[in-house]
Design a protein around this ligand. Structure first.
Ligand code: UDP
Ligand code: MG
Length: 139
C-alpha cells in the first residue's frame, strides 16, 4: 500500500440533488482525508479538456454538456491506496452493475449522471489534480 492522492468530483447531478454532504461523509468515514476542496462550474470547453481521453466515444458530447451544466465540487482525497479505495466507494460506472452500498448503486439512476468522478490511476490522478488545483490550494 502506498499513500496516494486522487481527484474526486461531485458531478452536477450530485450537487443539484443535495448529495454533497452524503458523499463527503462517506469519504471521511472511510478515512480518506480531504486535502483541498472547491465548487466550480466548468465551461463546455473545460469539460471537453478534462474528458479529452473520451473524445472519440459516442457519449463525449452529451457527457461534456452534462458536466458543464451546473456547479460541481472538486476535492483532493488522500490516504493509503486512495485511488482504488475511492473507486470502490464510487462503484461501477454503470449504477446497475455497481455493488450495493456504493455511491452509484445507492444514488445514480443514469449511466451518465452518476454522481461522482474519481481518477482511475496514478498518472490520471496527478494530471486531474493539476487541472483543478494549483500549489496554493493544496494542504
Ligand atoms: N459515460 C456515459 N456512458 C457510457 C460510459 C460512460 O455517459 O457508456 C459517462 C459517465 O458519466 C462516466 C463518464 O462518462 O462516469 C466517464 O466514463 P468512464 O468510463 O471513465 O467511467 P468512470 O471512470 O467515471 O467510472
Ligand atoms: Mg474514468
Amino acid at each position: 500500500m502506498a499513500m496516494e492522492q486522487t481527484l474526486s468530483l461531485i458531478k452536477p447531478d450530485g450537487v443539484a440533488r443535495g448529495l454533497i454532504g452524503e458523499v463527503i461523509g462517506r469519504f471521511e468515514r472511510a478515512g480518506l482525508k480531504i486535502k483541498a476542496m472547491k465548487m466550480v462550474q466548468l465551461s463546455k470547453t473545460q469539460a471537453q479538456k478534462f474528458y479529452a481521453v473520451h473524445e472519440n466515444r459516442p457519449f463525449y458530447d452529451s457527457l461534456t454538456t452534462f458536466m458543464s451544466s451546473g456547479p460541481i465540487v472538486a476535492m483532493i482525497l488522500e490516504g493509503e491506496d486512495a485511488i482504488l479505495r475511492n473507486r470502490d466507494l464510487m462503484g461501477d460506472t454503470n449504477y446497475q452493475k455497481a455493488a450495493p452500498g456504493t455511491i452509484r448503486a445507492d444514488f445514480a439512476r443514469d449511466i451518465e449522471a452518476n454522481i461522482v468522478h474519481g481518477s482511475d490511476g496514478a498518472d490520471t490522478a496527478r494530471t486531474e489534480i493539476a487541472f483543478f488545483f494549483n500549489e496554493l490550494e493544496k494542504y
